[in-house]
Design a protein around this ligand. Sequence first.
Ligand SMILES: Cc1cc2nc3c(=O)[nH]c(=O)nc-3n(C[C@H](O)[C@H](O)[C@H](O)COP(=O)(O)O)c2cc1C
Length: 159
Amino acid sequence: MSRVLVIYFSVTGNTKALADAVVKGVTSVAGVECIPVTAAEVTNQDWVAADAIIVGSPTYFGQMAAEVKHVIDATAEIYGQLEGKVGAAFTTSGGAGCGHELTNMSIITALLVSGMVVPGTTHGPHFGPFAVGKPTAKDLERAEAMGIRIAQLTAKLFG
Ligand SMILES: Cc1cc2nc3c(=O)[nH]c(=O)nc-3n(C[C@H](O)[C@H](O)[C@H](O)COP(=O)(O)O)c2cc1C
């Protein structure tokens, strides 16, 4: 059984809605266990125990929220132990063209620095699912599809 950790931070519920859709996608793939956890709850041990880590944050000032950066900074204590794990990002923002791609890229950059494998895609949002405000049905569909894609890759690599 391979393990996919979904870490998210959400104050007004938009990013949580997207996280729920990602979790739905991951859970639908056979042989993959999904562990959803908030930024406040997650521990470094959760990162180490996972084969894949998907991180979701609201866009704050064109980048990930401080609460999410704090969680990522804390992994300095386990630096080197995330090498080869699969990673992905998702976000919600208040406006279109107001930083959502930068947020996903800021998360992805941190995952790459930790040696993680971040798969791209030719379909849909290239840098990870996003929503402007409350996720639409299409946003949720894209987030679910990302969950499926990451879970399938994780099962292939670690199952
Ligand atoms: C401190 C703060 C900074 C924000 N900065 C941005 C921003 O730079 N660009 C943007 O599009 N939205 C920005 N927003 C809006 C949030 O990204 C948006 O409302 C998001 O969906 C909130 O996620 P949540 O419902 O999961 O808490 C900001 C909101 C807050 C509270």
